[in-house]
Write a protein that binds this ligand. Structure first.
Ligand SMILES: C[S@@+](CC[C@H](N)C(=O)[O-])C[C@H]1O[C@@H](n2cnc3c(N)ncnc32)[C@H](O)[C@@H]1O
Length: 340
């Protein structure tokens, strides 16, 4: 059961009861539980596994948890909550959450840990309750505080639907990452994407008004070729365009990229080491790159143990903020974000 203490409420500047609990729970993609436990172990947080279901893992530790204990970046947890305990009915679980201004609902359904859409975006600092339905008579209640780097959606699952004309699911992965991290791709910006075929990401960027240099030896879909230009040096200024550098990333040159590239994206099915090496080379060729968004393709989620090395590689490129996150739409993949 949660224990009461006192804490400042940053929204209202009042002092309210501070919540402590012996447990935290994490919501993750089904199949990611073992890797999440490894990630927690390698971060030496002192959290010990307590209880586990598909997509749901609880941890305990020697000292009680508070909302501040949740300020850890766990790539494999889409949501981390202070656990307020288990109930056998939804009504009881909602009651446990108390007076949180927003209550998120999540459920294990169709072999996925899904967020139930329909809640407003929480404000920064606001407490958010979560009720998770794991079975007909198993409901868990939790609490977290919203911060800008956390998904605003229940269970970190936006429920965004892909348009029928998208040539690949990569559209969904990009839009989910934008929503999760609250990213801003500004109209008029230029992004480079390595591993761009057949073009789901390119389509999403073009529709956001962003022009794209795409690097990939494979063929692009017609829907993005409609915006294609033949000559990077004569790119139009009045509309978003797509330039296809039809070669492997290692052969792309400064001439292909031109001036003004401000985002590096990668969706290549190559190892994290190869992608990060290319990322460093592209950042040297394009000094205006302000953000990096990579879909890391893993052969095994236990590669999460290599996270410190990936972060160090991005820090060596001059990136000051780095986030790693498995999104609801990912399988053996992670979104790696770095900004200056
Ligand atoms: C998952 S698909 C990319 C999907 C794409 N981002 C989209 O939005 O539709 C992976 C792509 O990586 C490309 N790829 C693999 N190795 C590459 C390399 N060394 N350089 C460039 N592209 C590469 C493949 O040709 C393939 O088209």
């Amino acid at each position: 059961m949660p224990l009461a203490g006192r804490e400042p409420d940053f929204q209202s500047r009042r002092t309210v009861h501070r919540i402590e609990s012996e447990f935290v729970f994490a919501l993750c993609n089904p199949g990611s539980e073992k890797a999440l436990k490894l990630e927690v172990e390698t971060m030496a947080l002192g959290w010990r596994l307590s209880y586990q279901r598909r997509g749901f893992v609880t941890f305990k530790s020697d000292a009680p948890f508070t909302l501040d204990s949740l300020a850890v970046d766990l790539a494999l947890a889409r949501r981390c909550c202070l656990s307020l305990g288990k109930s056998s009915t939804r009504a009881e679980a909602v009651e446990r959450v108390g007076a949180a201004p927003t209550v998120h609902h999540a459920r294990f359904h169709e072999r996925k840990l899904q967020g139930v859409p329909g809640t407003r975006r929480p404000k920064t600092g606001e407490r958010v309750g979560t009720v998770v339905e794991l079975g007909p008579d198993e409901f868990w209640s939790g609490l977290h505080r919203h911060t800008p780097r956390l998904s605003p959606d229940p269970a970190g699952d936006s429920g965004i639907e892909m348009p029928a004309d998208s040539p690949s699911r990569a559209w969904l992965k990009l839009e989910e990452a934008i929503r999760f991290f609250d990213l801003e791709f500004r109209p008029g910006e230029i992004a480079v994407e390595v591993g761009c075929a057949p073009g789901g990401v390119v389509l999403a960027l073009l529709r956001r008004g962003v022009s794209v240099v795409g690097v990939d030896p494979a063929k692009m879909a017609e829907v993005v070729l409609a915006s294609a230009i033949d000559n990077r040096q004569q790119a139009p200024k009045d509309r978003p365009w797509f330039f296809h550098s039809r070669k492997p990333a290692a052969l792309a040159s400064k001439r292909d990229l031109g001036h003004g590239v401000s985002w590096f994206l990668s969706d290549m099915n190559q190892s994290p080491e190869v992608v990060l090496k290319e990322c460093a080379r592209f950042c040297r060729m394009c000094p205006d790159i302000r953000g990096v968004l990579i879909t890391l393709k893993l052969t095994d989620l236990m590669q999460i143990a290599d996270k410190p090395g990936w972060f160090a590689a991005l820090a060596a490129m001059g990136f000051t903020t780095v986030r790693l996150q498995q999104l609801a739409v990912h399988h053996k993949e992670l979104a790696l974000l770095a900004t200056r």
